[in-house]
Design a protein around this ligand. Structure first.
Ligand code: GLU
Length: 502
């Protein structure tokens, strides 16, 4: 392995959606590989045919692509180490399994489910850790089953599984990049099934064979796989292969420090996509779930390029990482604040065009979908929205007529003469040649002063008739962006619809 090019992999099972934990595993593998100028590979682990879900593989790939995690080799892309789907590699596993049988590292087991379950219950009752009782371990491997009995069963055609024989009285030791030295006693390791009765390998067997054949140098995966390590390492030893380096990532936790679960929030990446989170914020957020740059760094917002540059497995912590949605929302806001306007225009335009398919606007479509108009809206709203889509949904009045007027605000702001004041002010706005924020402000102040009124007497009603709501960006700028025609139309419509309180 010395001097070898770094190769890492993300090896999901196609059982549904991409979990945020899976995204983190994929991301760390990707960041590490790219930092080391190596390769990142996607391999699909579909050996459990009962859990396979139609379309899940495409879903996983789509979510990863959305996140900007691009594989160098994958089922879709191909590569020199394919096939990259385990169900297409059955002949390879069968060959290696035969080798283990020949070398007496594996044996046939004909025990039925009932028998295994009975044995398990008995061991639990006796206070023992449940393990296969080795009934079918052949005589020549130190067991008690005569070869003739095994032959007979094989001739009958099974069914059987193939198990590895865990050597007695050895201890398995390895160094985890994140956890340091880890040791297991072989007495605690079960004779793991390698080949199932349906002819498919188990995860453990297939992943070891593939990790070796695909020449991975580093295995980075979730903590839940740590306890599988001794079985995997024994397999490497049986074959005489050098195992890759390993790093087991900390658990993801809910705010109450329980294991991250659906019950306390969304765990599927596609849910976050649907809610409008940007891939930049999600990647930044997920990267920080277990990794930090180290003391002294105040940086919280990272681009993918910066993450690649700064990431290191040594700075991934052992302790569980709390999934804090407020942090994600904060990051999303940071991205919106700092994203170049033209970049946001490109994101928002299709959202608006889709809205315009469903809803008519009284404003000229070529104006409100123009880059210049959208850029104005973005500049007014970027501090106020939490998501990109909110430029359209949250401040829809920039594109569509207000359908209602905030009742509470009307009650609070409308005086007996408010409608009359608005009507009078319409004439002033009408004659305004340059409909700019500054000019509107000057005119408004000139208008209220001789009447002994405060500017607020008109500012609030104007905002309500123009937008339907009582909050938003600077009124004068908002009116300027909406344009004279729209503002005049909305004032007149407001006067018509809002009754003077009695
Ligand atoms: N297929 C396993 C999973 O779904 C992969 C575990 C590993 O990375 O070895 O997480």
């Amino acid at each position: 392995m010395v001097g070898q090019r770094v190769r890492t992999r993300f090896a999901p099972s196609p059982t549904g959606y991409l979990h945020v934990g899976g995204l983190r595993t994929a991301l760390y593998n990707y960041l590490f590989a790219k930092k080391m100028h190596g390769e990142f590979i996607i391999r699909i682990e579909d050996t459990d045919q009962t859990r396979k879900v139609e379309g899940a593989q495409q879903n996983l790939v789509k979510s990863l692509e959305w996140a900007g995690i691009v594989a160098d080799e994958s089922p879709e892309k191909g590569g020199n180490f394919g096939p990259y789907v385990q169900s297409e590699r059955l002949d390879i596993y069968a060959r290696y399994c035969q080798q283990l049988l020949d070398d007496q590292h594996a044996y046939y087991c004909f025990a039925s489910h009932e028998e295994l379950e009975e044995n398990r219950q008995l061991q639990i009752k006796q206070g023992l850790q449940p393990k296969y009782n080795r009934k079918w371990l052949p005589e020549e491997m130190g067991g008690s089953m005569p070869p003739s009995a095994i032959r007979k069963k094989l001739d009958e055609g099974g069914p059987y599984v193939i198990r590895m024989k865990v050597p007695d009285y050895v201890s398995v030791w390895f160094e985890d990049i994140i956890r340091g030295p880890v040791e297991f006693d072989s007495a605690t390791i079960d004779d793991q099934v390698l080949m199932k009765s349906d002819g498919f390998p188990t995860y453990h067997f297939a992943s070891v064979i593939d990790d070796h054949l695909m020449e991975f140098t580093h295995i980075i995966r979730g903590e839940e796989w740590l306890s599988s390590m001794p079985k995997h390492l024994l397999l490497y030893e049986f074959f005489g292969w050098e195992p890759p380096k390993v790093a087991h990532l900390p658990l993801l936790l809910n705010a109450d420090r329980s294991k991250l679960s659906k019950r306390q929030g969304d765990v599927a990446v596609e849910d976050y996509i649907r809610k409008g989170y940007s891939s930049d914020a999600i990647i930044n957020f997920v990267a920080m779930l277990g990794w930090n740059e180290g003391e002294g760094s105040q940086q919280e917002v990272y681009s993918m390029e910066q993450l690649i540059e700064k990431f290191s497995l040594e700075r991934v912590g052992k302790a569980g990482a709390v999934f804090n949605i407020d942090k994600l929302n904060w990051l999303e806001k940071q991205y919106i604040k700092s994203r170049p306007t033209e970049n946001l225009v490109a994101v928002i335009k299709p959202i608006l065009l889709a809205e315009l398919e469903l809803k008519e606007s009284l404003m000229p479509p070529e104006v409100i979908t123009s880059d210049a108009y959208l850029a104005n809206v973005i500049e007014l709203m970027r501090e106020r929205v939490g998501f990109e889509h909110e430029f359209v949904s949250f401040s829809s009045y920039f594109f569509f007529e207000p359908a209602t007027y905030d009742e509470e605000a009307v009650k609070k702001r409308w005086m007996a003469d408010t409608n009359a004041l608005l009507r009078e002010f319409t004439d002033i706005l009408y004659s305004l040649e340059e409909f700019t924020a500054d000019n509107i402000e000057v005119k408004l102040k000139e208008f209220v002063a001789p009447k002994g009124l405060k500017a607020a007497a008109l500012i609030h009603p104007l905002r309500i008739v123009a937008s339907g709501v009582s909050f938003g960006p600077s009124l004068y700028h908002m009116l300027e962006v909406l344009g004279k025609e729209t503002v005049l139309r909305r004032i007149l419509k407001g006067i018509e619809h809002i009754d003077v309180p009695s």
